[in-house]
Write a protein that binds this ligand. Structure first.
Ligand SMILES: *Cc1c(COP(=O)(O)O)cnc(C)c1O
Length: 428
């Protein structure tokens, strides 16, 4: 059996040395993987429970056209999300174009001129800078008279409670908390830490709306930010909760009033959640959500495997090989451009789609240095599928995430290692 497997790896271009190195690392991770499977099992049951309690029927799998009035599948799916995440209401729509759009909708639906938004965890995700108006941008919250304040994390990654207390004022209407580190080097926040932060903030100002950007965090733990006090939680369906099957979309869950406010902004004042045809996507949304816990577990195993492989070879990895996980992103620092490029080319070469193309760094709009991206995905830009990207600038780190199956994630990482070995950048 083993020789058969080794032979197949060889057919796909993985050398004996790389295969042996990976096999050894995998053996050391048995216990770690068992824990990930435990969480996936719990979350699988949580999703099934939500589907049963919401009485999902075959009719829900079909969609509407036109206005989309009385879309049973859409309305029931929103009930499933609300039940699963323990919230009063949910907005789960293919009309939400991406995570940034979901966040922009939640923010602009709930903020009014004269209000202030606070980020108590430092700079938010790049694309939000233009949504908020940190970088001047047409249509930003700043243009509508919404001000913004930010309190950075302390040097050691802890919350600056004193600074947060001083930043909260009578204008503070909303707080945005990003769970994942995104493309920064700070640690990702655990759900427990998010809960502590929200409790502190609510103690100072009980009526402030606490929103969590949950991108890449869903189903990594057994609890979500909405279980620890978040009023709103937002994410993308081409990340964890879409399970790889959702062809587009985003979600906003939380308190009824705040979700409705977001719906009036997404659709129209007066219409809100009542409209929005689902066309043909309901079936994929349901099936993707059903698969999301195990798909997230596969991606998580890939991240842990990559951390251990590259840590062993002497590269700096965030999180490190043994740290607890709160999102599916893995950063590996190579210290030179060739490392980032070889890694991404390896991920691309392992893809089921477009494996024959070789990614190159390019000047992407909105970035201050060339960026290289690897993605051979079934859904364009889907980052729950195996993908990697890295800006070509110091410290020359690559950000790696996804993998619809653990086996594919493993193959991708071995292929990245193969490319680095071929280029003489690692010795096994
Ligand atoms: C992916 C992501 C977003 C949104 O990005 P989109 O590409 O618009 O989906 C926002 N915040 C974080 C932390 C993310 O990881």
């Amino acid at each position: 059996m083993l020789t058969e497997k080794a032979a197949m790896y060889s057919t796909l271009g993985i050398s004996k040395e790389v295969f042996a190195f990976g096999t050894k690392i995998e053996e050391e991770l048995k216990e770690r993987f068992a824990k990930i499977d435990e969480i996936a099992e719990y979350n699988q049951l949580k999703v099934i429970h939500a589907m049963q309690a919401s009485k999902v029927s075959e009719a829900c799998l079909y969609g509407t056209t036109g206005y989309g009035y009385n879309d049973l599948g859409r309305d029931t799916l929103e009930q499933v999300y609300a039940t699963c995440f323990g919230t009063e209401d949910a907005l789960v729509r293919p009309q939400i174009a991406c995570g940034t759009h979901a966040l922009a909708t939640a923010l602009s639906g709930n903020l009014r001129p004269g209000d202030e938004l606070l980020s108590p965890v430092g700079k938010p995700y790049d694309t939000l800078e233009e949504v908020i108006g940190i970088r001047p941008s047409v249509g930003s919250l700043a243009e509508y008279g919404v001000t913004y304040r930010q309190v950075d994390l302390k040097e050691d990654g802890s919350f600056d409670y004193e600074g947060i207390k001083n930043a909260i004022n009578k204008k503070t209407k909303m707080v945005t908390i990003q769970r994942s580190k995104g493309y920064q080097t700070r640690p990702t926040l655990s759900v427990t830490r998010i809960g502590e932060l929200i409790a502190f903030i609510k103690n100072i100002k009980p009526d402030v709306i606490c929103m969590v950007d949950n991108c890449y965090g869903e189903f990594v733990e057994t609890i979500e930010p909405t279980n620890v006090g978040a009023d709103l939680m937002v994410g993308s369906l081409i990340k964890n909760p879409g399970g790889g099957l959702a062809p587009a979309g985003g979600y906003i869950v939380g308190k009824k009033k705040y979700v409705e406010n977001a719906a009036y902004r997404l659709l129209s004042p007066g219409l809100g959640k009542e409209v929005g045809a689902t066309l043909g996507v309901n079936g994929s949304f349901y099936q993707g959500f059903f698969l999301a816990p195990t798909v997230t577990a596969a991606a998580l195993k890939g991240a842990v495997f990559a951390a251990n492989v590259y840590e062993k070879l002497g590269f700096a990895v965030v999180p490190n090989g043994t740290e607890s996980r709160h999102d599916i992103i893995q950063a590996v620092t190579f210290g030179k451009p060739e490392g980032v490029i070889a890694f991404c080319q390896g991920i691309q070469a392992a893809a089921p789609v477009d494996s024959f193309v070789s990614p190159e760094p390019w000047d992407m709009p909105g970035y201050d240095s060339p960026v290289i991206m690897a993605a051979g995905a079934f859904v364009q830009g889907s980052s729950i599928e195996l993908s990697a990207d890295g800006p070509i600038k110091p410290p020359y780190a690559v950000y790696f995430q996804g993998g619809l199956t653990w086996q594919h994630a493993k193959f991708g990482i071995l292929m990245s290692l193969q490319k680095l070995a071929d280029a003489g950048m690692v010795t096994l």
